[in-house]
Design a protein around this ligand. Structure first.
Ligand code: ADP
Ligand code: MG
Length: 493
């Protein structure tokens, strides 16, 4: 079971598609934050409607045209796919992680602190760098998103603030981080930094693009602890001293970490620069979680459909899990899903119990979905080998299978060393177990065993556009069953 501390944020799968360019080793495919679903960068003056943001509300499908044939004999599928829900008031997105609620109960103090630190940007002054840290599900991302929305509302086109939000959990290497940041500023295709440049050239290209944008750049590095655990803090050093080299732009960094001891892993200079201000987000207790859930339940569900005890039970379970609001919301969402499947008119505490059992499995799937691209390919290679052999697989073999898969996908394989780090990361997420085995004079290697249900995990990865081209052919009907079985995996809700 992945530890709740380390699992990546569900629902934030990267939108990477396999690219065919020649890339240097360890400089994987570019993540393109300018793609439609990624609001990574938005000049604050861009007043976008909220539906424009990642995972924003999905527009309801238009009603079927008159004369459209019945969707299935006897209306069987009509009843399943009927868009009108007895439980939900409107969009189910309200219960998703990507939804930014209008109110964040029990985070007033943190909201005020973040706003006070970023506020000077509205007057054209560079804010201090800020480090936000707290366990998973303590509202860090939500608070930053809300302050960002608020800043966007208040600023006008003249204020020259650009907000960039990146989730470092989805980014493989420091190289792709810098390239991604740089390309958020590229206005045309020709300005984009291609993959294949040296790191130095990417850095100077990034500075040039930043200066061309000018003004104050607020860079949010969410889950920055994952990047540092993976590849050290050099990239943070580069970013934290960039103002000495920029001419017209100035950068402030907001690091967000799920690891409370994150700063212990930083070089003293980087630590003191990033730590100019820091804010701790404490875990929620059960009563606070109830308040959060009640707000959301009111927004999400029709009146009277949530039985007494439902919110309390979700909150109690999540309070035991480090006060994780994400876990609490996921339980409520799944409980509603269980109720719908039972064709129940109300959500009951029993549905919460069922949801709790189900959640473990979904966390694994979410965890896989949010891995960085090469790590996904590696995990798929491990699953394939394990499925064939049903015994432990040695790292050398795993690396070979990974390399073959990466090549088939048009990706330049990473070095064995990077892959070895990813093996450790997959192990720390609880997806695999690796034990050191001695190979006589051949030295020591690691034997890998899969620690998740293959029958669930492989299809989940195969649904990922990155892995799909090398996935197994789908038996007829599997798609429907898989999706229906776990709608959270593909569709909205
Ligand atoms: P973190 O970034 O600390 O892991 P998030 O900000 O992603 O946590 O929060 C997880 C989920 O819980 C999100 O759906 C978020 O909207 C919700 N949430 C967290 N704190 C609050 C709060 N105080 N009020 C309402 N919703 C909250
Ligand atoms: Mg977060």
């Amino acid at each position: 079971m992945p530890s709740s501390q380390r699992r990546p944020r569900p629902g934030q799968a990267s939108t990477v598609s396999p690219a065919n360019e020649n890339r240097p080793v360890d400089a994987p495919e570019p993540l393109d934050p300018s793609q439609a679903t990624n609001p990574a960068v938005a000049p604050v003056s861009d007043r976008r409607p909220s539906a424009d943001s990642a995972g924003g509300p999905v527009p309801a499908s238009p009603p079927s045209a008159p004369g459209t044939p019945a969707s299935s004999p006897g209306g069987l599928l009509d009843s399943i796919f009927s868009s009108k829900s007895e439980l939900f008031r409107g969009s189910r997105e309200v219960l998703r992680d990507s939804y930014v609620p209008s109110r964040l109960p029990h985070r007033e103090q943190q909201l005020r602190q973040v706003a006070e630190i970023l506020g000077p940007a509205l007057r054209g002054d560079l804010p201090s760098n800020l480090l936000i840290y707290g366990k998973i599900g303590t509202g860090k991302t939500a608070v930053v998103a809300q302050v960002r929305q608020d800043l966007q509302r208040r600023s006008d086109a003249a204020s020259g603030i650009t907000f960039i939000t990146l989730n470092c959990g989805n980014i493989d290497t420091p190289y792709s981080l810098l390239q991604t940041i740089a390309n958020t500023f590229a206005k045309t295709e020709a300005e984009r930094i291609p993959t294949g440049w040296s790191l130095d050239r990417v850095q100077s290209g990034m500075r040039r693009l930043m200066d061309a944008r000018g003004g104050i750049l607020l860079l949010v590095l969410d889950e920055v602890d994952r990047l540092v655990a993976r590849s050290g803090d050099n990239v943070l050093y580069t970013l934290s001293q960039i103002n000495t080299e920029l001419e017209t732009a100035r950068l402030a960094i907001l690091g967000v970490s799920n690891d409370l001891k994150f700063t212990n892993h930083l070089d003293a200079r980087v630590r003191s620069r990033l730590n100019e201000e820091k804010i701790l987000f404490p875990p929620y207790d059960a009563t606070q979680l109830q308040d959060i859930l009640r707000d959301r339940a009111r927004e999400a569900f029709r009146d009277g459909v949530v039985d007494p005890g439902v919110v309390e039970r979700c909150a109690a379970y999540a309070a035991l899990e480090n006060g994780d609001a994400r876990r609490a919301l996921a339980l409520l969402r799944l409980a509603a899903e269980m109720a719908e499947r039972d064709h129940a008119k109300r959500i009951t505490p029993d549905h919460v119990v069922k949801a709790k059992n189900r959640l473990e499995q979904d966390i694994i799937i979410d965890c896989c979905r949010t891995l960085p691209p090469h790590c996904k390919v590696l995990l798929y290679a491990i699953l394939q080998s394990f499925e064939r052999r049903r015994t432990g697989v040695l790292t050398g073999e795993v690396y070979d299978s990974y390399r073959r898969l990466a090549e088939r996908l048009g990706l330049q394989p990473l070095h064995a060393r990077s892959i070895s780090n990813y093996v450790s990361e997959l192990e720390s997420l609880g997806l695999i177990r690796a034990t050191i085995v001695s190979r006589g004079r051949g030295g020591r290697t690691r034997e890998i065993i899969v620690d998740v249900p293959i029958s669930e995990t492989m299809p989940a990865l195969e649904e990922d556009p990155l892995i799909a081209p090398v996935g197994r052919p789908k038996p007829r009907g599997q798609m429907l069953l898989t999706n229906f079985d776990n709608p959270a995996r593909t569709g909205p809700f």
